[in-house]
Ligand binder design. Sequence first.
Ligand code: ADP
Ligand code: ZN
Length: 210
Amino acid sequence: MKLILLGAPGAGKGTQAEKIVEKFGIPAISTGNIIRAALKEGTDMGLKAKSYMDAGQLVPDEVVIGIIKDRLKEKDCENGFILDGFPRTIPQAQALENMGIVIDKVLDIEVSDEAITKRLSGRRVCSKCANSYHIDYKKPAVDGICDACGGELIQRKDDAPETVQARLAEYHQLTEPLKDFYGKLGKLVVVEGQEEVADTTALVFAALED
Ligand code: ADP
Ligand code: ZN
């Protein structure tokens, strides 16, 4: 099964990707997480991406396309994968096609800009393992500490309110046209993001069944 998760920043792609990983045993590939890991390690690619990311802009296509090309060659992708955060532009989608990759379904999680703004301002992420929490909706057992690894929870720089508005603008301008792109190919399934994670997951699983 080869899947793409589409949706605005903060629509819950990462959270739903985890559920799909658990149920179907295929890896989730998040370009955002790969870039943040590179940044932490201080690699050239990480440094190149940093200024874009911090400003809420998309990293140049050639950079993320290179990341995906390398990642999809790894053995764990043999039986399928979920792409979380790629493609985000039409040229990225075309690059996937040029790699000869045939996607089965594209799940689009729809959440209003207003709800996104609320969600991202309260999001906290683990500084060690990248698990994601929310100060109201998904609290860790101990304030400020990751349930999974004990790491410190921090706010992502690009979750600052001004940056969130820039990310939403990028999303509407560059990423949303992918709905039409995959709609025309008959691959798009739209899921309305719910307030409760489990409710969205139920819709996602139902969409994957038929
Ligand atoms: P979110 O979905 O919450 O925006 P991500 O972790 O997926 O978070 O992405 C964070 C940032 O990483 C983006 O704002 C962008 O700068 C960069 N990025 C991730 N994936 C891509 C991509 N496919 N194309 C361009 N930039 C990307
Ligand atoms: Zn952690």
